[in-house]
Design a protein around this ligand. Structure first.
Ligand SMILES: *Cc1c(COP(=O)(O)O)cnc(C)c1O
Ligand code: SF4
Length: 340
């Protein structure tokens, strides 16, 4: 683990990749199944390029290096490799009804008191199970031009006391922009909480840099980061260190995971994930049942199995280490709990 690898070196499983900046990591990311399989030393027949036309493969080296090389069943690889199963029928293109709840361009409101901003259409990784893999970011991630109308809309509605930055991944914006956007939101008196939904620090831990900590530390509203770890193997020394830095900003850290067949659908895997998270003072917030999105139905886990896993967590872990098992049903007033 001591060697620091750069993008030009031959890949070595488990070594830490260190590129000059998170932007350099994005540039060096793997962009096809073929390239990914070659990198982790697996026969190219394990992937399929056909689904990539709609939803390209995008995997930073920092993430690929946490995979077990030569293992086609690796739980991290499975989350990001385009496979023939994606062509199976089933699922829809807007499984959670996002397009039905647009309040103004790029601003969604489904639930009381809180709005969600599509602050970026880009991510640091492409997760094959993503419920927004068909989302029309071109028309719904309006960029900086929308900031004025977002802030006006929020300022004019004092019922909104929480703003969620989502995407895509908000941390794909440069810190200068984030500082500006968060500053604007923070200046609205009734905005008491700002929440950032991100998978960025999970895949490229060096994203948590001094510039990020600066705006995070300045935020007067209560700041929450909702991270997205799905498997204990995603927590390596670099991510653990990034979580320590993130905590130092004073923000509260939560995690949401998606229950995925062949990735994390055993009690042992979920237990290890939750324990590793609370060890890092990250509270498991939600465990989501898969949104029925076209191209991802092979990840679906039957409710009975999900409930059994969840009951196991309740029996074996302290209450604060057990996430809520939920599913998103379009039109409901909250995420819907699945009673285990
Ligand atoms: C999931 C979601 C939220 C957040 O829900 P919480 O239960 O508060 O975590 C907010 N807005 C939208 C549109 C969502 O999809
Ligand atoms: S990081 Fe989030 S929004 Fe982006 S592809 Fe993964 S699940 Fe989807």
């Amino acid at each position: 683990m001591a060697t620091i690898l750069t993008a030009n070196d031959k890949p070595v499983e488990g070594s830490l990749v260190k590129l000059d900046s998170w932007q350099a990591s994005m540039k060096a990311a793997i962009r096809s199944s073929t390239e990914l399989l070659r990198y982790v030393q697996i026969d190219e027949s394990a992937g399929s390029s056909e689904p990539e036309a709609d939803f390209p493969v995008f995997v930073p080296l920092e993430y690929a290096n946490r995979m077990k090389f030569g293992d086609a069943d690796d739980p991290l690889l499975r989350q990001v490799l385009a496979v023939p199963d994606e062509l199976l029928p089933g699922g829809t293109t807007d499984p959670v009804g996002d397009t039905l709840c647009v309040r103004t361009g790029g601003m969604l409101q489904k639930y009381a008191r809180r709005v969600l901003l599509i602050s970026s259409g880009t991510c640091a990784v492409h997760c094959r199970y993503c419920f927004r893999r068909h989302f029309a970011y071109e028309s719904n991630a309006p960029g900086k031009s929308a900031w004025e109308s977002w802030t006006d809309e929020i300022r004019s509605d004092s019922r909104i006391d929480e703003v969620i930055l989502s995407g895509g991944d908000p941390l794909t914006l440069v810190d200068e922009s984030l500082a500006e956007l968060i500053g604007r939101l923070d200046s609205i008196d009734h905005v008491r909480r700002i929440r950032i939904h991100t998978r960025f620090p999970v895949v490229i831990p060096q994203r948590v840099d001094a510039a990020l900590l600066e705006w995070a530390g300045k935020c007067d509203a209560a700041l929450y980061f909702v991270l997205h770890f799905n498997h204990a193997n995603e927590l390596d020394t670099a991510t653990v260190e990034a979580m320590r830095r993130l905590r130092s900003s004073g923000a509260t850290l939560l995690n949401q995971a998606v229950l995925l067949h062949g990735v994390n659908d055993t009690l042992e895997q979920q237990k290890e994930l939750c324990v590793r998270l609370v060890d890092q003072q990250i509270l498991p917030y939600y465990l989501h049942q898969l949104d029925p999105v076209q191209g991802a139905m092979h990840f679906d886990v039957p409710d009975e199995r999900a409930k059994r896993i969840h009951r196991g967590l309740q029996e074996q872990l302290p209450g604060y280490a057990v996430p809520r098992l939920v599913r998103e049903i379009p039109g409901e007033l909250s995420k819907s709990p699945i009673q285990s």
